[in-house]
Design a protein around this ligand. Structure first.
Ligand SMILES: [Zn+2]
Length: 341
């Protein structure tokens, strides 16, 4: 069994957030069980405890499903020797803010304030995941509303909190936000945590809120995202000139190429398809994909016949891939093939 150094509350408060320790404390107060959902599907519950010893006092979260943050996963709570809490520590304990490190504020006060806030809001828009510093730091921007009379507030998330999946309509609580310069937006500290709350918590219809043209919400050409082709809407195939210099020009009714005026010697075809694609930010796009990228998604697609293309695509979807949205369309980087049974 691992052994951790037994420490006093005063010393424990100075240790790093992920330090493991054993403490002998007296429980001064226990609050009711709090529950929230983490990472959209993980139920988490804990009860806040006010604890103290001869050195100091602190709020402690005791997790029922120990997994993250303040209490390490191996936390055991067991009766221990008597711990004496002096009266002055007990008095100080009653003054402690209830385990919240930051004050909870409405979004419009949080952006105007000078100190960190915990905010709650409904997501109206989600940016693509962006990566910085040689891909070591990820970030994502959300727009949140908590008041139908106020404009949405932009919040920047980093690291693990940025990598979670968010959708418009989700209601979240974010700790440790702070006003970002004087931009009416919020940034988050490394210690920030995002918790999902029931959507009814903020009864605002976010589908009526216009999206922003803020560049941080646009996919840039370096953003690689996971996409899934959900459906093929239509396919188009035509006979094309076989000379590379003519760039897939459509052959005219008289069988000649409008560019080089030759009759092609081979039956080359060029194709495209209109696809319905689910994106990493949970938005959907209808987008036309041309032959090169189409063949990366559907390597065996019969590109010389529109009807056969549709049949092929319908039997192959859904197809998951990594792609990059560029000014000219969607570039497919790799695909995850469906297993043949
Ligand atoms: Zn030609």
């Amino acid at each position: 069994m691992e052994s951790f150094q037994v420490t006093s509350v005063k010393e424990a408060l100075k240790l790093p957030q992920d330090a493991k320790m054993t403490m002998a404390v007296q429980v001064l107060q226990v609050e009711s069980v709090q529950s929230y959902t983490y990472a959209q599907d993980t139920k988490q519950s804990y009860f806040p405890c006010l604890v103290g010893d001869s050195s100091d006092c602190a709020w402690l979260r005791v997790y029922q499903v120990p997994k993250i943050t303040q209490c390490p996963g191996s936390t055991k709570v067991c009766p221990w020797m008597d711990v004496i809490v002096p009266d002055n520590v007990k008095a100080a304990a009653q003054q402690l803010p209830k385990e919240m490190k930051t004050a909870t504020r409405p979004l419009n006060e949080a952006i105007a304030g000078t100190s960190p806030s915990t905010v709650t809001g409904k997501i109206t828009q989600v940016s693509p995941l962006k990566r910085f510093h040689d891909n070591t730091l990820s970030s994502k921007f959300l727009r949140l509303v908590d008041d139908a009379q106020q404009p949405p507030v932009k919040v920047a998330l980093f690291g693990r909190e940025a990598e979670q999946a968010y959708s418009p309509g989700d209601v979240i609580r974010i700790t440790d936000t702070y006003p970002y310069k004087k931009t009416n937006s919020l940034s988050t500290k490394k210690s920030a945590k995002v918790e999902f709350l029931p959507q009814e918590h903020i009864p605002i219809d976010v589908t009526k809120i216009p999206s922003t043209d803020d560049a941080d919400f646009k996919a840039d050409e370096t953003t690689v995202e996971a996409i899934t082709v959900i459906a093929a809407q239509s396919a188009y195939s035509y006979q094309a000139c076989d000379k590379p210099i003519c760039r897939n020009k459509k052959i005219l009714d008289d069988g000649t190429c409008p560019t080089c005026h030759n009759k092609p010697s081979t039956e080359a075809h060029y194709s495209s398809a209109l696809l319905y694609i689910a994106r990493e930010n949970n938005n959907f796009n209808e987008i036309r994909i041309f032959q090169d990228n189409l063949m990366k998604l559907f390597p065996d697609i019969p590109t010389n016949d529109s009807a056969a293309m549709m049949t092929h695509m319908k039997s192959a979807v859904p197809v998951s891939a990594k792609g990059r949205f560029t000014r000219t369309g969607l570039e497919i980087l790799s695909t995850k093939r469906k297993q043949c049974s």
